[in-house]
Design a protein around this ligand. Sequence first.
Ligand SMILES: Nc1ncnc2c1ncn2[C@@H]1O[C@H](COP(=O)(O)OP(=O)(O)OP(=O)(O)O)[C@@H](O)[C@H]1O
Ligand SMILES: [Mg+2]
Length: 262
Amino acid sequence: MGDLVELRAVTHAYRTKAGPLPVLDDLSLTIPEGKFCAVVGPSGCGKSTLTRLIAGLMMPDRGEVFLHGEKVKSPRKTVGMAFQNPVLLEWRTILENVMLPLEIVAPSMPRSQRETRARDLLALVGLAGFETKRPSQLSGGMRQRASLCRSIVHKPEVLIMDEPFGALDAFTREDLWQLMHRLRAEEPFTALLITHDLRESVYLADEVIVLSDRPARVQYRMAIDAPAPRPISMLYDPDSVAKLAILREQIEIAQGRSGEVH
Ligand SMILES: Nc1ncnc2c1ncn2[C@@H]1O[C@H](COP(=O)(O)OP(=O)(O)OP(=O)(O)O)[C@@H](O)[C@H]1O
Ligand SMILES: [Mg+2]
């Protein structure tokens, strides 16, 4: 299987009143089909910008973005997106929220088929019985589960997640990490996860990419070969602990803080 996502020498600057703000600098990365890539890096280094370029919501100043070998030139319907705050629509039920992408991407699909697909996914994430509730009637963790269902209901080419678990408490977050692995086992997808949580990156990803400070380049890459299923206890293995220490050090280098006494 080939590379599903490819960024080739992407350079980008935002135009601001104070002049150009360089954000990405000659950044290249690839995500092979079916793989899960986590991206970590200092705050403000350009991670969310990266997600917008892959989704085709913005074009880079220089360089190219490819999905399945095809150059991205406009917003892509076949990308699934999930964010820190699940943007569920309050005037729709949970089931209707999950069905929404299918209405856009597969308008000719019969409603009964869309509904079955959404119900199956909600059951998979433990939300059977909550289909007719409104978003405000669910806990934060449940809303994020529903939001994940919505972002994969249309079987996107790639699932892009920008700190999706950042606002959750530690135990709910770990539940959702495990859920991600279950979802991947049930219906494999290619994923890009932006996170500030190194444990999350090691637990979930096949590869962790550390970005430098702004303008971001790829500073460091680490393969995580642990086979599925991955128990949470994997994070306490000496191998994971050593990996986390290396990643921590890389973040400090990216922040320009290596060598400081803490
Ligand atoms: N539309 C915009 N116009 C001008 N500057 C922007 C715009 N969007 C982002 N920026 C700036 O570009 C830089 C990178 O932003 P981006 O949101 O990609 O960073 P990030 O790595 O996602 O940060 P965080 O970790 O805090 O989420 C920041 O300095 C930000 O202020
Ligand atoms: Mg961001």
